[in-house]
Design a protein around this ligand. Structure first.
Ligand code: UDX
Length: 444
């Protein structure tokens, strides 16, 4: 099948490459000629395990080509996927200008029946909006259908997630269009769900918001654990054994960052309000998440008796391991708070340092975890990269000015570190903090 994928970000490029690998002829379109050039040379503009190999193979087999010419690509294709960004506006609502722009070009380029598939994360009702724009810009009266096919891939495992999705959601009002999209995905042999357009649009936001809810929920529990001497890691483990709850996305820590969760929950809250519904639940997910870095830095400051002139070392800067992405990374807010309070900051991340350096040139960037520890009053784990899992803590202790370890992802064994002579703080773990009893427990 001839397919156009408009937009070569994480979703677009990975989707395009996988569709090509399934035997389709794919045109990947982007407005950025540098990106297009890189793709055609077999160098993916994004870092994603396995992507370069897959890209090169499909370029060689001539099943994939990148171009800046959207109109030309649309004319040659039966199906056009829209995978452009929907960045948040200052109020938190997604900006649909790139989706609109693509829809206008599609409308103007229609030269026969086509299926327009929206894969960008967009609020419920956008399918209808795309349909209207195409109708308005159509020069010849060709028919078309709009389909919603939300994407659930995660950064760092995007190729794997695209090849082995838990489910494929196809929202279409016309069964003929739905079946054409089923045909594209059939070789993956994964569960498929055909719904109407608004249902598919809501599935995407409801799924991401629910995962974010799980993270904020366990972080709220972590706060109670800290005050009562309980251990959130064990609470989460026991909860996770209940198959109705499941263990995924119950890791307490610094909360969620990245290009999806914060933006999607904010956007969902807006959508809900637009339909005169109460968004408190969704706002609370964000409020709990926003408080995580503040509380973490407070713990460091409490331990060090203030941060002015203290050296704090950060392990990891990316919003999660296996990516160089720092969008809404917790590290950024932590660095801001540390600098604001006069701390000296040292940091290391295997791939994300250049991006952070552009924002915070005033901090010291190191070559590894041991260099970060040199002269530090506190070491804080921010991103749980594999290479931080088996550190030589005897060596680290000898390099630090004071052996204080703040584990933002509950990666380490508290007892082991305490035995080595570290002060250890894990989020929501039994940290030996004083118990804060509720008022009515007094005098019992
Ligand atoms: C997410 C969704 O998982 C994916 O389905 C959707 O398509 C895009 O958004 P992504 O943002 O790539 O993917 O990362 P994910 O692995 O889901 O992690 C998001 C954030 O949550 C990270 O900052 C991570 O550190 C944090 N997280 C995750 C926790 O704090 N605790 C957890 O238990 C899980």
């Amino acid at each position: 099948m001839k397919i156009t994928v408009a937009g070569t970000g994480y979703v677009g490029l990975v989707t395009g490459v996988v569709f090509a690998d399934l035997g389709n002829e794919v045109l990947c379109v982007d407005i950025d000629p540098d990106k297009v050039d890189k793709i055609n040379k077999g160098n993916s503009p994004i870092y994603e395990p396995g992507l370069d190999e897959l890209l090169q193979r499909n370029l060689e087999e001539r099943r994939l080509h990148a171009t800046t010419d959207l109109a030309g690509a649309v004319r040659q294709s039966e199906v056009v996927f829209i995978t452009v960004g929907t960045p948040p506006t200052p109020t938190g609502e997604p900006d649909l200008k790139y989706v609109d722009e693509v829809a206008r070009t599609i409308g103007a380029s229609l030269n026969g029946y086509k299926i327009i598939v929206n894969k960008s994360t967009v609020p419920v009702g956008t399918g209808d909006r795309v349909r209207r724009i195409i109708e308005q810009h159509r020069v010849e009266p060709h028919e078309f259908d709009v389909v919603s096919n939300p994407e659930f891939l995660r950064e760092g495992s995007a190729v794997h997630d695209t090849l082995f999705p838990d489910r494929i959601v196809i929202g279409a009002d016309n069964p003929r269009a739905a079946m054409k999209i089923v045909e594209i995905y059939a070789p993956l042999e994964r569960p498929m769900l055909i719904t109407n357009l608004p249902t598919a649009e809501i599935i995407k936001y409801a799924s991401n918001t629910f995962l974010a809810l799980k993270i904020s929920f366990i972080n709220a529990i972590a706060d109670l654990c800290e005050r009562t001497g309980a251990d959130v890691v064990q609470v989460a483990k026991a909860m996770g054994y209940d198959t109705r709850i499941g263990s995924a996305f119950l890791q307490a820590g610094l909360g969620f960052g990245g290009s999806c969760f914060p933006k999607d929950v904010r956007a969902f809250a807006h959508s809900v309000q637009r339909y005169d519904l109460d968004a408190t639940l969704y706002e609370k997910i964000l409020a709990i998440n926003d408080a995580r870095p503040v509380q973490f830095v407070e713990r460091i400051a409490q331990r060090l008796g203030g941060l002015a002139g203290r050296t704090v070392g950060l392990l990891g800067l990316a919003f999660k391991p296996n990516t160089d992405d720092i969008r809404e990374a917790r590290s950024l807010e932590i660095i801001r708070l540390l600098l604001e309070q006069g701390a000296v900051v040292r940091a290391y991340d295997p791939v994300a340092m250049p991006h952070v350096q552009a924002m915070y040139p005033q901090i010291t960037y190191c070559r590894n975890a041991y260099e970060v520890a040199e002269g530090a009053d506190a070491l804080a784990l921010i991103t749980e990269w594999n290479e931080f899992k088996q550190l030589n803590f005897e060596r680290i202790k000898a390099l630090m000015r004071q052996p204080n370890l703040f584990d933002g992802r509950n990666l380490y064994d508290p007892q082991r570190l305490q035995k080595l002579g570290f002060y250890y703080y894990g989020v929501g773990r039994a940290n030996g903090n004083e118990l804060t009893k509720p008022e009515d427990a007094e005098g019992i």
